[in-house]
Design a protein around this ligand. Sequence first.
Ligand SMILES: [Zn+2]
Length: 331
Amino acid sequence: MKVLRSLYVNWRRRRIYGAALAGPARGVILRYHSVGEPEAVGRYLDPGLSVSPECFREHLEVLRRHCRVVGPEEMTRRLSGRDDGPLAVWITFDDGYRDNHDHATALLAEAGLTATFYITTGPLTSGRGLWISELWRLVPRLPAGASTGLPDDFPRQVPEDSEGRRRLRRRVTRWFAGMTADEREGWLDHLARLAGVPRGEGLEQSFLTPELLRRMQAAGMTIGAHSRSHPHLDHLDPTHHAEEVLGSKEDLEQILGAEVPDFAYPNPSGGGRFGEQARASVAAAGFRTAVTSTPGPLGPETDRLRLPRIGVYAGAQQALVYHLLARAGRR
Ligand SMILES: [Zn+2]
């Protein structure tokens, strides 16, 4: 059954990525989160969302050899006209982990390439990391069998096994995705008390700072906005959209002293479609482009405020993406 399942997953991915690469604009947007060694990343993020520095270096070599690495301006220009040159690839990173500076920017600069980094602005100055990191750290530390103190539809007690905890973390993530920053902080305080550890312990170095962002900008990287507290805009009450969306744009413009016209929809709970309300909030904030987490072809029909992307993750998935990229680039 396991073999059949992995064959099916592989077949489905090939189809979806193949369709994304076959768009008339001959371009694709890649979505990374983190570059780092799995043991180091594992302190603040699921290492499955990250690729190793060695892997990323190989990715950049493939892109240099077979594709043309572009930024938001060139990619949006290409949407309207057909181009027969090499496949255009726009590299993007979500969230704002510190490894984006320490590893990703360093390797990009070494290769003479650039990328766009979408930053959640709340943690830039809090020194406590992103709430996703805090949940990743806290859930394994909750005492087995203790009363969770969560609302009625959650498990009453902390599960013993890691699979039960993984499910609990995913459910809490979906719940947190629809909250304001203050509500979420209150529940994180609760979980930290239950785990018996201080808030943000060990996460002080996990996230970027304003100073590191300015260094990335000076190295030629593009900085985009990714909300203030990383909610899912389809689930968050629209009265809080401006504070999150426009708020993050203003935070970054203040730090960088430059306009920030590019946005990435946070997608903490997966399966995001980003409906009309979310899109309207992004348009109202004055963004020129916005990227999603769903793969799809790029062409004249593509909505510039809902640009599709292909995620790149650890393991066999990244190898498949790069195999297809090398093939499509050579064509
Ligand atoms: Zn994100």
